[in-house]
Design a protein around this ligand. Sequence first.
Ligand SMILES: [Zn+2]
Length: 249
Amino acid sequence: MKRRKCSRCGVNKSLLREFLPGATECMHCRVGKPMPPTVYDVQINDHSFKMVFEGEPTTWEVFQRIYGERELVTSAVLEALVWPGAQVLELGACFGYFTLQFADLVGGTGKVVAVEGKDSYFHLLCRNLEGNQVVNVLPKNTFIHTVPNWKSKYRGKHAPAMPLTQFINRIYLNRSPDLIFMDIEGYEHDAIADLCKSGWLKAARPTLVWEIHGPVDEGDPDNGEIITYLDGQGYQVHRAGDLNIGIHG
Ligand SMILES: [Zn+2]
């Protein structure tokens, strides 16, 4: 494997594993610095797309996205669950890494609604959709929570906070989402409880996919309570890696 000397720490490192494409500093020296305006070619499974992260702090999570190595189990699970023509609701779309995979999977006859409550993420999400000429994704700058003035570091100035049932009723006029994918930092509990209490979940029966959280910095991590709620709605919850998959019936 090719190696190169980091321009900052001077250590020889693997070109592929330790450097962002085009960077002269190694990742260990780059972490925390703002990402450059570079457009990166990302490849994961059969999906190829372009992504920018301009201005966001450099993190190993960003590095993993650029090399198509982030959350591979999640990508494989979503690939198995989403079909051409499906309607997908994605909560916590972040920079659009999964959004762009969904856009591919649902194709021209499907639709993705991508929700992101943090301003800087939403801005990059929209740039990444435009950069790939994606037309089957509707991005929404909304923070999903049952308390209308809920304060969170993930909620930007422009994002209204709204219960999930209310959001779905506003957006999906004709047909309900077939799959809801949530990566919302522990707020899954609030979102799923709202869908149960409103009666929406029992009627629509979408597949639900969410992460099992370790320590969360916000939100309520009680996964056990979510599973109990879903059990009462006729759902079975399966696990794959760090994911929960709730399927009706
Ligand atoms: Zn270095």
